[in-house]
Design a protein around this ligand. Sequence first.
Ligand code: SF4
Length: 467
Amino acid sequence: MTAKTLFEKVWERHEVVPETADTPAVLYIDLHLVHEVTSPQAFSLLREQNLKVRRTDRTLATMDHSTPTDAAEIAGRVPIKVKSAAQQIQQLEKNCTEFGVELLNLHNSQRGIVHVIGPELGATQPGKTIVCGDSHTATHGAFGALAFGIGTTEVGHVLATQCLLQRRPKTLAINVDGKLPAGVTAKDLILAIIGKIGVAGGTGQVIEYRGSAIEALSMDGRMTVCNMSIEAGARAGMIAPDEVTFEYLQGRPKAPQGAAWDQAVAEWRNLRSDVGAKFDREVNINGNELVPMITYGTHPGMVIPINGLIPNQTNDAVFMKSLAYMGLQPGEQLLNKSIQVVFIGSCTNARLSDLELAAQVMKGKRVASGVRALIVPGSQAIKRDAEKLGLDKIFIDAGAEWREPGCSMCIGMNGDTVASGQYAVSTSNRNFEGRQGAGSRTLLASPATAAAAAIRGCVTDPRELLN
Ligand code: SF4
């Protein structure tokens, strides 16, 4: 029997029609996650063609991108300030009611960022094919699912047929062995990976993250790593499911229950790359050598160790344009650079362990004068859990803002923006020009680094405050 990679096993189980030289494969989709931004046109398409949603039981909608993070707006005590956001929210309510799709609406206690609630509810499971009209769908690959973002037209195709036309990607194994040193997180690991392979390093490939440093990560950490696969250009990221995965999923509302659980786990145990399976390419990384990382440019591949220097690529016009936007110089260090905003949130780093880490840094301290620190949990469930642990009090006592769940400052929505020229240390995943607001300058980092910057008012090595 031919040895197969994890990706090959999942792909082959879902191939309805194999690809040919002229036509892509038809791939069956197990779970379609929907949100308010990329679905309106798709539902309009169904209406125009007089089509139904083929599998409402495999479709789950939530609201995240356009939802306000102000409690008064969520509760309806004041209107949602941004009219277009309010319209998108209303439209998704209307579409889900009309087409019979389950929706976690603005007032639902399970609502949250789409890539947070899928795993949290147990809808994300090993071996599934999962799509969503959002680039960071790769997050769900942390469970051994094949998960990727799709465009608006494809959202319509999946709603109507539960299938998708796809060319088979190539495979890339990233082997991370060793042990991440204290103060080095999953976010630092994925930033270091993108720094090594580049933002096009995974183009046309599905990455499988393997090795002892990956196996040692919690599910939250694995989701952070897979989330940013797209920032290395990859189609998806995957991690083989193991006891950590099963323990996370057991008992979650949409996970299999009783005998079905035992049967599912028995099948999931086979979802590993076979010994001798061939990848199109392999990259090795020594986890022992990693340090906290921070970006300095306008894509996540422009990244340095927290105490490193910005490279001297003065003859690279694109590089210099990026630095000009960021107001930085070649050879400059970021350490001690003043910042004005800190954002701890997004589908990359707004889970409970991320908030716990930030709270560990901020406990008993005050946010530096002149810094706005925004803490946005990834879901209502995470918000409740954090409040049970008293994390909200730690943040509020420190002078940070404790908000309602949503995408928030990751995309600069509903007034959660960074002003032109301001520096923001953000735990999100994208730092291109204007991502957090026109003229905003984003430095991507871990929750520990972001929290340390909030306290000191400048880029800080988090290990100084964690010790
Ligand atoms: S948090 Fe940011 S990256 Fe994640 S789904 Fe929302 S907008 Fe997309």
